[in-house]
Design a protein around this ligand. Structure first.
Ligand code: ATP
Length: 412
């Protein structure tokens, strides 16, 4: 065979550490969910009113937690199994999962729900309210109940009109029905978005909040070992490699506690091993994969080095808030308040309000801060600030060191 076909054919047939790499894909739903048994149980308890007295109440549950903590996968597994078990008890229940980031408007959400119910809706001319009425009539005719999961609900709350939020959440104030056939599971990354909502909306949502904590390194280790068993050849991944990935991402060791990132690192480690024609995934492969995945984060660390003192104090303020409150975004006023405290701690005179806002604007332009308008459903609109990168103990120490160095150089 001639060049370059020989290379391609050779690589195509070269051995692989993978047995079934699809099982590392984000869309793959694993059979087991280590360390989420208690969440499956909490969800069941929250929704069991549907079984006790079908149609009496519309259950509302909120799942909250950082990215990669298993919110989506756990709710999908729960929905699938719960509806099957309930069906065996003679209650027709369907689980419907809608991603509000993909279906960005109330109209698209209702269309998606109808589609999942295999209900054909005339393509044009009907309002979302009318579509909901058709859905409800359909459920009545079939004597069915549904749990609608609105994943990435933060997006809906921040982009939709007050009217649409009201309608969706307060559904049964608007629809005159005898049996409440629709229950909701709302998934939000940041619970503060709920606490700043109007009381009339909040009361309909925040009755039952289930929190998903970031995974510890031991928890990630178990999750990764499960994937190693199903996705890799026997004995192809060293224990050192798995332990390393679990330790760098474990929340208790200063990582973000993100299972997605950990699985991605495992997959990349395998690809690197394959490209080197190594029959096993070693610690070195895991380290290489980790540094490639974290390259973006290290670019940000580089930028932080060149910040002036008060921008650093602002970054430190947000880090403090993330650690204290275990969430990601904060109203701008709260950040300024924390900044004043940080200044006190470092014996620095805080800058004036307008100057602080100018620093924040620059941090946003540099890609260090993210800003987002709070939802229309919130009392008064405010800007919410978050960091564009995950907080770790290492980062916190690094910023403190940079602040110390700048203060020293000022005194000299
Ligand atoms: N306990 C677990 N056991 C096995 N796999 C898990 C577990 N938790 C999460 N995962 C896997 O980690 C990845 C991320 O999980 P998932 O999408 O559910 O997180 P999430 O909390 O919804 O994240 P985001 O907020 O970014 O949407 C998926 O591939 C999922 O299968």
């Amino acid at each position: 065979m001639s060049y370059p076909d020989d290379i391609i054919a050779n690589s195509l047939n070269s051995p692989s550490v993978f047995k079934d790499s699809y099982k590392l894909n984000p869309d793959y739903i694993p059979e087991k969910l280590p360390h989420r048994d208690s969440k499956l149980s909490e969800l069941t308890i929250a929704f069991r009113d549907i079984v006790a007295d079908p149609g009496k109440t519309s259950v509302r549950v909120v799942i909250t937690g950082r990215t990669g903590t298993g919110k989506t996968v756990t709710s999908m597994v729960f929905g699938d199994r719960f509806s099957k078990i309930i069906r065996e008890k003679g209650i027709k229940l369907q689980y419907i999962h809608v991603n509000c980031h993909k279906q960005r408007t109330l109209y698209l959400i209702t269309q998606d729900i109808a589609e999942q119910l295999k209900l054909s809706i005339p393509p044009r001319g009907l309002s979302s309210q009318e579509v909901f009425k058709i859905i409800h009539d359909y459920l009545d005719r079939r004597n069915m109940h549904i749990i609608i999961t609105l994943d990435e609900f933060d997006y809906f709350l921040t982009t939709s009109s007050m009217e649409d939020i009201y309608f969706l959440v307060r559904l049964y104030d608007e629809l005159a029905v005898t049996l409440k056939r629709i229950s909701y599971l709302f998934i939000v990354r940041d619970i503060s978005i709920i606490s700043t909502l109007d009381k009339t909306i909040k009361d309909h949502i925040a009755r039952n909040i289930i929190e998903f904590s970031p995974y510890t390194s031991d928890e990630l280790y178990d999750i990764l070992q499960d994937r190693v068993k199903i996705a890799f050849q026997k004995n192809a991944v060293t224990d050192d490699a798995v332990r390393f990935i679990a330790d760098t991402n474990g929340f208790d060791k200063g990582g973000s506690g993100n299972a997605r990132l950990s699985i991605e690192t495992l997959e990349l480690s395998g690809k690197i091993a394959d490209s080197e024609r190594s029959p096993i995934v070693t610690l070195q492969h895991a380290k290489e994969a980790n540094s490639r995945i974290n390259q973006e984060a290290s670019l940000i660390l580089d930028e932080l080095k060149y910040l002036e003192l008060h921008s650093l104090l602002l970054v430190k303020a947000v880090i403090n808030l993330v650690k204290k409150e275990n969430r990601e975004s904060f109203p701008i006023g709260k950040v300024e308040e924390e900044y004043t405290k940080v200044c006190d701690l470092f014996r620095e005179e805080p800058r004036r309000h307008t100057q602080v806002y100018e620093y924040m604007r620059r941090l946003k332009l540099m890609g260090i801060f993210n800003t987002m308008q709070s939802g229309k459903g919130m009392r008064g609109r405010t800007t919410l600030i978050s960091l564009t990168f995950p907080v770790s103990q290492e980062l916190d120490d690094y910023i403190t060191k940079l602040i110390g160095a700048l203060k020293n150089s000022k005194q000299e």
